[in-house]
Design a protein around this ligand. Structure first.
Ligand code: ZN
Ligand code: MN
Length: 439
């Protein structure tokens, strides 16, 4: 056994809360994270009261189809909702409305990883285990109950923690491009569950077991959990043991996974079609219409930015990081055309100046670049001359600076700024001032 090499076999279930205005099957406000108090956004439907009738949220269905399309999936023309039965205090109906054998989207692909399915379901209520008047209690908040929840299931095509991290980042980016979810891991609107096993390198069959690590809330933790589990399984297999089929949790502080419950057999959820919700049928035209509403996706954008603006692949990729940044760049590049500032320069400055973008318009951004260019194009002699005259006009400040008064340097910078009408390249001015004063 000692020389056997192993490879991880990893797939993902990824849950994403959609940011529709209302919940999945009722009109309650969908804003669980910012609700003013627990159990404020509730009604008989999302409280799971007997006899309440669910009505599917059309926007949530359309967004899920669009996400499926963006992940390269096929959209079957028939789909339905099913009841997935299990008992837990966060699910008072005794079942979750989900999709079983006819999901909204199937058979996609993202890079080397096949997407098995994308389906729509409802989120559960949130449990809080705490103490109240000295007693340990579990409290239930239904603000999250019935929030539209998309589940993306990949095939077990991932072979390393790093590959997993890249895939997750890509999926996150696509979701943000579509604008269908905040996909904020800290707020729990995107939740990651890798299933992990290992096999001998090159083997074709899936291993006879798998370990699910539940509710991971960062790409990095997902990577580390995969690496931790891979090592653990290899050590076990190396000593002739078979890892148990079980759920584990990621312990952030210790950087380890911890056994939660064993899963000897597949659970029996007694799925059956929800009799309260009519099945859904689409036409090819309808699916085409939704496909036509997709924004330009990251890969296509990266390619076009390279072609249209002559950006390097790395720079195009950095600009395409978010839709907002890419839009800002294109607007600025447009404005820049009249001023002879190269698209490449604009892109570089945007990548290095992210913080300002929210407060500055593309036009203002270009104007600041033009101003800088004018000043940096001052003949060296003229630039040096301005520095020299400022120093000779402010002898006291120079003396103060030489005696250790740092603020004097800022005063001198201010004087240079005055002469250059506020357009001085600050680092160069500071360097030059220091150099001459030392001189
Ligand atoms: Zn409700
Ligand atoms: Mn699910």
């Amino acid at each position: 056994m000692a020389n056997t090499t192993y490879e991880p076999v990893v797939g993902f279930e990824i849950h994403v809360e959609l940011k529709t205005a209302s919940k999945m099957f009722c009109g309650c406000k969908n804003d669980p994270f910012f609700a003013p108090a627990p159990n404020t956004y509730t009604c008989p439907v999302c409280l799971g009261l007997p006899g309440a009738l669910p009505v599917p949220n059309k926007k949530a269905v359309e967004w899920t189809i669009m996400l499926g399309l963006a992940l390269g999936c096929r959209i079957p023309l028939f789909s339905k909702f099913d009841r997935k039965h299990y008992f837990y205090p966060d699910l008072p109906k005794g079942y979750q409305i989900s999709q079983y054998d006819q999901p909204l989207a199937v058979d996609g692909k993202l890079g080397d990883v096949r997407i098995k399915r994308v389906h729509l379901e409802e989120d559960t209520a949130k449990l809080m285990h705490t103490s109240l008047e000295g007693e340990n209690v579990s409290l239930v908040d239904f603000n999250r109950s019935g929030v539209p929840l998309v589940e993306i299931v990949t095939e077990p095509d991932i072979r390393s923690g790093e590959q997993a991290k890249e895939l997750l980042k890509k999926i996150h980016q696509i979701i943000k491009y579509l604008g269908i979810s905040d996909a904020d891991m800290e707020k729990g609107s995107m939740r990651l569950e890798p299933n992990i096993s290992v096999r001998k390198s090159g083997a074709k069959d899936l291993p006879p077991y798998k370990v699910e690590v539940k509710n991971i809330n960062s790409f990095n933790f997902a990577k580390r959990a995969i690496e931790f589990e891979t090592d653990r399984h290899i050590a076990m297999l190396g000593s002739g043991e078979m890892p148990a089929q079980e759920n584990r949790g990621w312990n952030e502080q210790k950087g380890v996974t911890i056994a939660q419950r064993s899963k000897e057999e597949a659970e029996d959820y007694r799925y059956f079609p929800d009799p309260d919700i009519p099945p859904m049928r689409w036409t090819e035209e309808y699916v085409k219409k939704l496909a036509g509403q997709l924004p330009e996706l990251p890969d296509a954008k990266v390619e076009r930015l390279q072609k249209s603006y002559g950006l390097s692949q790395l720079l195009a990729w950095q600009i395409a990081d978010t839709r907002h940044r890419a839009d800002f760049f294109e607007e600025a590049a447009d404005a820049g055309r009249k001023t002879n500032i190269e698209a490449k320069t604009i892109a570089n400055r945007i990548v290095n100046k992210q913080a300002d973008l929210a407060t500055v318009s593309a036009d203002e951004f270009i104007q600041s670049l033009v101003a800088e260019k004018e000043v940096t194009q001052l003949p060296q002699a003229e630039f040096d001359g301005i520095i020299t005259s400022v120093l000779s006009e402010n002898e006291k400040a120079v003396t103060d600076y030489k005696n250790g008064k740092e603020q004097s340097l800022m005063f001198l910078l201010g004087q240079v700024q005055k002469k250059l009408k506020g357009k001085a390249p600050v680092p160069q001015v500071l360097a030059q001032l220091k150099k001459v004063m030392k001189g």
